[in-house]
Design a protein around this ligand. Structure first.
Ligand SMILES: CC(C)(COP(=O)(O)OP(=O)(O)OC[C@H]1O[C@@H](n2cnc3c(N)ncnc32)[C@H](O)[C@@H]1OP(=O)(O)O)[C@@H](O)C(=O)NCCC(=O)NCCS
Length: 317
């Protein structure tokens, strides 16, 4: 068995097979069009690759995708050192081929391939099938809790300093504080826009509208959000609140934006730095996340993985 990068034709063949798994809401053609559109997005064009595990005759046994993601080492007292991490998505084995170790072999060969990349830091994935299968290939699970808030009536801009537009993403991402841990992932503006692109595709199937804002700021605190998938929810992609007052103001704006756009709730992923603050926000409830379990695997020796490593929703693939 060996690992190869898929051709365009092979990607389209995999789309036809994975529709049953990930094509909910769309028919086969609509799903194929969605996949093509997402692959044409600037982030995917620059940083996405599709991988196939093949047998000796060239038949495909399993597949997945990787998205290159910026990550940084923070040496004690030194400058941040940039590198490449790889978010892995869409691990798939056809039903008739399952249970023979193909997905595990794919993950092992992929890790070996990624370890050879010159600036490699870590692999990151979001498991929908629990930790066990990926733990075999060296991935460690991180906590996965969500905070949920109901929509609220009112003008979204009233509780905050400014509501953000898509064109604000680079500026606002630049002002977010980088995590104070020895290693972390950090999304690019194009990466965050890729989430919004998913929402632009799904909005016509969901009976809601695209939120007019992509986030808000108040003082030195910032939230970035959007409709990002096949649930009519306002998903917070990045969140930094310097005080309870700021957290409350940002989430109040999010609740109002959800209401204005016809969305059913606001969802925010818990990060270690938010764990003490969020229980104090009125109306926010905590729930164990269903699926999307973050798991990380070092791709170089002695990568300093902290148990406090933040994984915001903006890193999901
Ligand atoms: C998950 C999947 C890729 C596994 O492929 P595979 O080639 O059968 O994988 P392997 O043979 O290497 O390993 C199979 C293991 O995955 C586990 N697994 C498969 N589906 C699972 C599920 N829904 N929940 C929990 N574990 C699951 C099997 O129980 C098995 O574990 P075991 O060997 O400890 O009993 C395949 O079932 C699939 O394509 N599923 C649909 C798409 C999907 O959910 N992909 C994962 C997204 S994170």
């Amino acid at each position: 068995m060996h690992l190869v990068e898929a051709t365009e034709a092979q990607k389209a063949e995999r789309d036809a097979l994975t529709h049953s798994e990930w094509g909910t809401l769309l028919n086969v053609e609509g799903y194929a069009a969605r996949e093509q559109r997402l692959r044409a997005h600037p982030w995917s064009r620059a940083d996405m690759r599709t991988w196939l595990l093949c047998d000796e005759g060239g038949s495909v046994l399993a597949s997945c995708e990787t998205f290159r993601t910026d990550s940084f080492l923070r040496p004690p007292g030194g400058e941040l050192l940039p590198g490449d991490s790889f978010a892995i998505a869409s691990v798939f084995t056809e039903e008739r081929l399952r249970g023979r170790g193909y997905a595990t072999r794919l993950m092992d060969l992929l890790a070996a391939e990624l370890e050879r990349q010159p600036r490699a830091h870590a692999g990151l994935l979001f498991s929908d099938v629990g930790p066990r299968i990926y733990a075999r290939s060296g991935y460690q699970e991180l906590p996965a809790w969500d905070w949920q808030l109901s929509p609220a009536p009112g003008a979204p801009g009233e509780s905050v300093a400014e509501l953000l537009r898509e064109s604000d993403l680079p500026r606002v991402l630049g002002r977010l504080r980088r995590p104070e841990v020895p290693f972390f992932f950090w999304p690019s503006p194009a990466q965050l826009d890729w989430h919004l692109e998913r929402g632009r595709i799904y909005v016509e199937h969901l009976g809601c509208s695209l939120p007019a804002s992509v986030g808000a700021t108040v003082g030195d605190s910032t939230a970035l959000w959007g409709l990002v998938g096949r649930s009519a929810e306002l998903t917070v992609l990045m969140f930094e609140a310097r005080s309870l007052e700021d957290a409350t103001a940002l989430l109040e704006a999010a609740r109002r934006e959800a209401s204005r756009s016809g969305l059913s709730r606001v969802v925010l992923w818990e990060e270690p730095g938010l764990a003490a603050l969020l229980p104090l926000v009125e109306g926010a409830t905590r729930a164990a996340r269903q699926g999307s379990l973050p798991m990380v695997r070092p791709l170089r020796p002695a990568l300093p993985l902290s148990p406090l490593l933040p994984v915001p929703r903006g890193l999901w693939v």
